[in-house]
Design a protein around this ligand. Structure first.
Ligand SMILES: Cc1cc2nc3c(=O)[nH]c(=O)nc-3n(C[C@H](O)[C@H](O)[C@H](O)COP(=O)(O)O)c2cc1C
Length: 166
């Protein structure tokens, strides 16, 4: 853990300018107490992961360093076609490599998913993606969605705070 405020790397799954999820992330940044610093780590400019380009892609190195420097990770993302958006998946793939050197490993993480839909973001893909079978079991009592009002939309937060396994 860092000496200063507890730092949280915020990964926003939507790339669009007026993203509801980005608004949610900005609101949380504004609400955070001085002991907590939330800062977006941009993912939109990350080249698509290609193992052949390991060692030759500075943007990946910078991204991994920023994740490593954080105490925790907060994913704020819409659901796309009952899964996570491709850009966010790419960021996760980049951060999780090279094998055995994942920048995410062991960091506490949480997910907030804002959607205009009534059940958007509700699905278990977040949990299955981010946790080990063991932590899925140990956090099974904490997987109920939390409803968050956000303008006209309804957000669901499967707020399992759990160490990342990837
Ligand atoms: C490619 C695509 C797929 C989508 N799939 C889903 C979905 O599976 N579930 C859902 O609730 N909303 C889905 N939506 C609607 C998004 O929840 C909605 O557009 C939301 O506002 C996107 O988040 P943003 O405002 O942060 O960009 C989809 C939107 C797009 C563009």
């Amino acid at each position: 853990m860092s000496d200063g405020p507890y730092s949280v790397a915020v990964l926003i799954g939507s790339l669009r300018r007026d993203s509801l999820n980005r608004k949610m992330a900005r609101a949380l940044e504004g609400l955070a107490p001085s002991s907590l610093r939330l800062a977006e780590v941009p993912i939109g400019g990350l080249p698509l992961y290609n193992q052949d380009l390991e060692g030759a892609t500075p943007a990946w190195v910078e991204f991994r360093d920023r994740i490593r420097a954080a105490d925790a990770v907060l994913f704020v993302s819409p659901e796309y076609n009952r899964s996570i958006p491709g850009g966010l998946k790419n960021a996760i793939d980049v951060g999780s490599r090279p094998s055995g050197q994942s920048a995410f490993k062991g960091k506490p993480a949480a997910v907030i998913s804002v959607s205009p839909g009534a059940i958007g973001g509700f699905h278990d893909h977040w949990i299955t993606l981010f946790t080990t079978p063991a932590s899925r079991r140990s956090h099974s009592g904490n997987r109920s969605p939390i409803w968050l009002g956000a303008a006209h939309s309804v957000g669901h937060a499967p707020m399992s705070i759990c160490p990342l396994s990837m």
